[in-house]
Design a protein around this ligand. Structure first.
Ligand code: DGJ
Length: 692
């Protein structure tokens, strides 16, 4: 059983490889007791003690599962509110619990006010992941203003210092890994832009700095809006993480009977950083992605953006589509520029009707052509936005977020639509519904190209709720559309990877990783992405950016869901044929890449070589992408040790024309040695089991 109670007051959550234990003390406080190797839970004793001295309260010292601001808590809290009588102090004690299937629900209630905090824990035993979240409920008659509602508070098992890992990126430079040693104080990662954005990411990984082999800890938030992840280490050596909706410019007014359900956090622990990536990859494939395409491989797509920009016409797109089909593409996507008066980024957003000059016969002429070429058709939209130069804005200038005494700031000449207004939300749903209903569209690229500013929503009683409500509105629209059009895939894009998180993976089928398609930059962007994010969803294109050879570009782009964004008009026959070869190889190994385990074998920074391996579940098929940007004298011999194979089985390795057989143990422990000389050297190795 994955969830059980021991004695009266101990609750045990168990996955295949680790245990998480909590318990209720005689003071009624819910404590965190254990996170790590399995132990006999009946041995836990919950100590109730008084303040250590006049400066350090017991509340600051004990590890609660969910600490409200109240009483003698002076450290960071998971929850903060104000009751209608002005009291800003909450005291939660244990009230009740229930266990059903793999879920434990613990009910905490305030000792005076009718305020509940229900903590939910769901165990995904075979994935070695536990999900948890908090639901805050007002069961009384008066409103309660909640100013901070974290999804989870996680107390780390060891008193050692930890290296905290996240990313610190920008537009075109997403997923730049940062590792910070936390000896004391706090490190926060957050977004204040309306989406999870390009900067920090909604997760943490904590690598123990210890002589003992303590476990690597991780927590990932399922949310695409303003988030906050804080990791703090106190003077007693205890490290805690809080994950949830950002409390910056946030509050929720809970009226009588209302509740706020915080987003899920998924957490666990593992032997290595690399294994964290595999745990979360398997978990996303099994439990996160929308069901329609969960088990289906994603198609190889072509996207028009880098070839034609806004200059899309039926004729040019048809011609591109013909070339794309020759390269073996399965899904042809027309990007920005097909609608309204969209000649550049100054106009058109909001006017979601086909531009008749560019497409005199509507989209159907292009779609029919694409379908006749044997490909599906996909379309770009940016539903949350409006250009002031659009019919939509001229008709509804009040549909945007703004403060009435302020001039709304433009970014990329556009404004954010107020999706918390029901009529705006319905407008968005309706136009996409119409597009999908009238056309054979099998894929939607949902873009979002600017952060929110002047975040006013005069329609809301509490304007600070708009950040959360906006994100929920996006999810709701996508969910409804996916239900109505189950054969259409949705991609989450926000100026590249600005909405690339577990909230996106829950509602969309894939994400656009970055607007930076330079294959060298992509190596780091993709490696950072892979820390906790699933391979299958990571769209990666081969484009004309960079002077790297086509082989190098494919080597990098094939490590995700392959796409092509080259200007195929200027592509000669030989290049098209070469592209087709890579696309064919990709299709042959796509299941291994999109559904298999990813091993980061070597990286550019430490080894001057990027080596990434994917192995399928049966361990009988693997593919390895090896690439060096530049090789230096005396550093041209590389030994790459594979991982994840059956030690005793024999494998056929193919590198170009060269073929040889080796045992799994040899490939993993002795490795493959190669000599690389020059720039952009790269190889793709295929590894297939030939006998057990
Ligand atoms: C930003 C996206 O990331 C690009 O791929 C492209 O779709 C442009 N927007 C179009 O405006």
């Amino acid at each position: 059983m994955a969830v059980f109670r021991v004695g009266e007051n101990i609750f045990v959550l168990e996955t295949e490889s680790f245990q998480y234990v909590l318990g209720v003390g005689s003071d009624g406080l819910l404590r965190h007791l254990h996170w790590g190797e399995k132990v006999q839970a009946k041995d836990f004793e919950i100590k109730v003690f008084d303040d250590i001295n006049s400066n350090h309260s017991y509340l600051d010292v004990i590890c609660q599962e969910y600490s409200p601001f109240g009483g003698k808590l002076f450290r960071d809290c998971a929850f903060k509110c104000q009751f209608s009588d002005g009291v800003r102090d909450a005291v939660f004690t244990f009230k009740d619990y229930s266990i059903s299937d793999n879920t434990l629900k613990i009910l905490l209630c305030d000792v005076h006010y009718q305020l509940e905090a229900e903590l939910l824990y769901t165990v995904y035993a075979d994935c070695n992941v536990i999900g948890r979240k908090a639901v805050i409920r007002n069961t009384g008659g008066n409103s309660i203003l909640c100013e901070k509602i974290m999804s989870a508070e996680l107390s780390f098992p060891e008193k050692c210092e930890y290296e905290i890992i996240n990313s610190n990126g920008t537009w075109c430079g997403e997923n730049q890994i940062v590792k910070q040693h936390l000896s004391g104080g706090s490190i926060s990662f957050e977004s204040r832009k309306g989406t999870s954005a390009h900067g920090n990411a909604p997760f943490f990984i904590a690598n123990p700095c210890s002589e003992n082999s303590e476990k690597v800890l991780f927590g990932v938030l399922e949310y695409s809006g303003n988030f906050k992840v804080t990791v703090s280490r106190d003077g007693f050596g205890v490290t805690r993480a809080m994950l949830g909706v950002n409390d910056f410019d946030f509050s929720v007014s809970l009226k009588s009977g209302e509740e706020f359900s915080a987003p899920w956090v998924y957490f666990g622990c593992s032997e290595s950083l690399n294994e964290v990536s595999r745990i979360m990859n398997r978990f996303a494939l099994k439990h996160i992605f929308p069901e329609q395409f969960r088990e289906k491989p994603l198609p190889v797509l072509y996207n028009s953006w880098e070839a034609t920009g806004f200059d899309v016409t039926a004729e040019s797109q048809k011609e591109l589509a013909e070339k794309a089909a020759e390269a073996g593409v399965e899904l042809f996507v027309t990007d920005d520029g097909w609608f309204g008066e969209r000649k550049d980024d100054f106009a058109g957003l909001g006017d979601w009707y086909v531009n008749k000059e560019k497409f005199p016969n509507g989209l159907s002429e292009l779609i029919t052509h694409v379908n006749e070429l044997g490909m599906d058709f996909g379309l770009w939209i940016e539903p949350e936005m409006v250009n002031p130069d659009s019919n939509l804005y001229r008709a509804h200038p009040d549909w945007i977020y703004n403060f009435k005494t302020r001039t709304p700031s433009l970014m990329r000449n556009q404004l954010v639509l107020n999706l918390t207004k029901p009529q705006v939300k319905e407008f968005v749903f309706d136009f996409i519904d119409r597009l999908l209903g009238e056309n054979n569209i099998k894929y939607i690229k949902w873009d979002m190209n600017r952060p929110f500013s002047e975040p006013g929503a005069e329609n809301l009683e509490n304007g600070k709720e708009l950040w959360f409500l906006h994100t929920m509105a996006v999810y709701d629209i996508v969910d409804r559309l996916k239900k109505k059009y189950p054969e259409t895939q949705f991609e989450s894009c926000a100026s590249g990877g600005g909405r690339c998180d577990y909230g996106a993976f829950r509602h969309f089928d894939e994400v656009w990783t970055s607007d930076n398609t330079d294959p060298v930059d992509r190596i780091e962007i993709q490696n950072g992405y892979a820390l906790v994010n699933p391979t299958k969803a990571m769209r990666a294109w081969v484009t004309d950016v960079s002077a790297a050879p086509v082989s190098f570009k494919f080597n990098i782009a094939m490590q995700g869901a392959l796409g092509i964004g080259m200007n195929l008009f200027s592509c000669d026959k030989e290049t098209l044929a070469l592209m087709r070869e890579y696309v064919t190889l990709y299709k042959e190994y796509r299941d291994v890449i999109q559904f298999g385990d990813r091993y980061a074998l070597m990286n550019l920074k430490d080894h001057m070589l990027n080596a990434v391996e994917f192995v399928n579940e049966k361990k009988n098929k693997a593919i390895v992408f090896v690439a060096a940007v530049h090789t230096k004298c005396m550093h041209r011999y590389f030994k790459v040790k594979l991982k994840g194979l059956d030690a005793d089985s024999r494998y056929l390795v193919q590198i170009g024309e060269k073929k040889f057989q080796k045992s799994g143990s040899y490939l993993m422990n002795a490795g493959i040695e190669r000599y690389f000389y020059g720039d952009y050297k790269n190889e793709i190795w295929t590894v297939n089991k030939i006998s057990d």
